[in-house]
Design a protein around this ligand. Structure first.
Ligand SMILES: Cc1cc2nc3c(=O)[nH]c(=O)nc-3n(C[C@H](O)[C@H](O)[C@H](O)COP(=O)(O)OP(=O)(O)OC[C@H]3O[C@@H](n4cnc5c(N)ncnc54)[C@H](O)[C@@H]3O)c2cc1C
Length: 451
């Protein structure tokens, strides 16, 4: 269904705002995109944002929609599973998929640049860098943007405003001043810091590049994702306070002792550890939930602005991209009935955003603690076995989230049923020996997994 062209202001040219602008422009709308930072295609952003991200099916689906999947796969590195490093340096590999599926390590800035280029070249989107949204008049769909170079402020009037301005969104802050807007933000007690494992002298990777490496240590963890240049970007997820914590490690000596005892196989791979540790920022991790996402059918939240989640399922960007795909489908189907399409957008996405927020918090415990437990790994192996035996009845939760487009809320509900079944399976005496020959059908029947 065709739409009458509208004037649309998109705030925030991160991953989601750039993708959204392409989709809106393709539907014939006149899109102006405002970004407070300089153009990353000409100047590098140095603000402690993650260097790489894990991309999975939902993200690829969005890139497919705009014709960028192939180009992005060229710089993406497939990761086939988790490689766990125990304190003695022993490795255990746990595949992500049951049929060889991979998630991909993708450079945030390359992906963002690619999306900006497409928005500008093909979509005719007007990109305004170093333009910060400094005021919002929601009822009139008007934003104030300040040119950070000249300090000049302009008033931009549009038919619609999309707030893709991230976890600390200015558009959302404006919505909060209005009646009946619900808002909740929650910081976990851990922060994160990025560190680097450089390439070997011959330019190759110091660890297996086709895995996401994890050093699970109970209350905290270190992870590493590969980059195309032979390096790994590591992220230390660590408590802000307590022992050990960012606060308790004060000197180079503290740091080297701690890494030597806790991550002995990494220390020799990180010659610049102390310098990076004490100069790189320590950032916090927030979950944001709010409702509604649409104000008077004129202003709309999308991506992290609507639903920031902690990064432990590797789904924040994937979820934001899925918002865009869902919205695009509704733009196609609703013609000029914007109130109906925007309402359908927020009602469709909110339960899924809540589900992935919960799952991401739960997965922190799984990654930092449970993956080091042989009982947990056996449980995952059995689940994969059931999936192979009954592929139409059982798809593991991780597979549903990372490798399908099953709505997050539906996947979460199925995952709960599966958990109940797995609790009973794991209670079978001698399960560690019997799992390959056990008949799982009675378990599935009892929990109505068999129809
Ligand atoms: C440590 C960490 C690891 C992560 N790993 C993954 C992962 O592996 N996989 C995954 O899918 N997701 C991951 N995420 C989540 C992912 O980074 C976010 O979900 C994603 O960046 C959201 O994109 P966005 O465009 O909505 O917001 P952002 O990327 O935050 O972009 C918002 C943009 O708006 C701009 N802006 C803000 N305020 C204004 C203003 N007032 N005026 C103008 N412009 C403004 C900002 O400069 C920014 O460019 C991770 C997040 C973190 C913190």
């Amino acid at each position: 269904m065709n739409q009458t062209p509208k004037k649309i202001a998109v705030l925030g040219a991160g991953l989601v705002g750039s993708l959204l602008s392409i989709l809106l422009a393709r539907r014939g709308h006149k899109v102006s995109l405002y970004e407070k930072r300089p153009d990353l295609r000409v100047s590098k952003w140095e603000d402690g944002r993650t260097i790489n991200l894990a991309m999975s099916e939902r993200g690829w689906r969005a890139l497919r929609l705009v014709g960028l999947e192939k180009a992005a796969k060229e710089f993406a590195i497939p990761m086939r599973g988790r490689m766990m490093h125990d304190p003695a340096g022993n490795l255990t590999f746990q595949p992500y998929g049951t049929n060889g599926e991979c998630i991909y390590s993708v450079s945030r800035s390359l992906l963002n640049r690619m999306l900006m280029n497409l928005a500008e070249e093909e979509g005719g989107v007007d990109l305004h860098f170093e333009h910060k949204c400094t005021g919002v008049d929601l009822p009139n769909a008007t934003v104030q943007v300040t040119d950070l170079r000249t300090k000049a402020t302009a008033t931009v009037q549009s038919d619609f405003i999309f707030g893709s301005d991230g976890a600390f969104s200015a558009i959302r802050t404006a919505m909060m001043r209005h009646n009946r807007f619900n808002y909740e933000q929650h910081f976990v007690e851990h922060g994160y810091k990025e560190l680097t494992i450089p390439a070997r002298p011959d330019g190759t990777w110091a660890l297996d590049k086709h895995a996401l490496h994890i050093w699970p240590r109970g209350h905290f963890m270190l992870i590493a994702l590969p980059n195309p240049d032979g390096t790994f970007t590591c992220t230390l997820f660590f408590p802000f306070e307590g022992k050990p914590s960012f606060q308790s490690i004060r000197t180079q000596e503290d740091l080297l002792r701690f890494f030597g005892q806790t991550f002995p196989d990494v220390l020799p791979l990180m010659p610049g550890l102390a310098e990076e540790y004490f100069s790189n920022p320590t950032a916090s991790l927030v979950t944001v939930r709010c409702w509604p996402w649409v104000y008077q059918h004129r202003a709309v939240l999308i991506g992290d602005a609507a639903h920031a989640v902690v990064p432990f399922y590797g789904q924040g960007m994937n979820a934001g991209f899925e918002d865009c795909v869902v919205l695009d489908g509704l733009l196609a189907g609703h013609g000029d009935d914007w109130p109906a399409l925007l309402d359908a957008y927020q009602r469709s996405r909110k339960p899924d955003a809540d589900a992935i927020a919960d799952l991401a918090l739960q997965n922190f415990v799984e990654m930092r603690d449970k993956v080091a437990d042989p009982g947990f790994l056996l449980r995952k192996k059995i689940e994969a076995h059931i999936h192979r035996q009954h592929p139409d009845l059982w798809t593991p939760l991780y597979t549903m989230i990372a490798f399908t487009n099953t709505p997050y809320a539906e996947a979460q509900a199925i995952g709960r049923k599966q958990d109940a079944i797995m609790d009973r399976v794991m209670a079978v005496p001698g399960i560690e020996h019997a799992w390959q020959t056990l008949d799982y059908e009675p378990f599935l029947t009892q929990h109505h997994m068999v129809h």
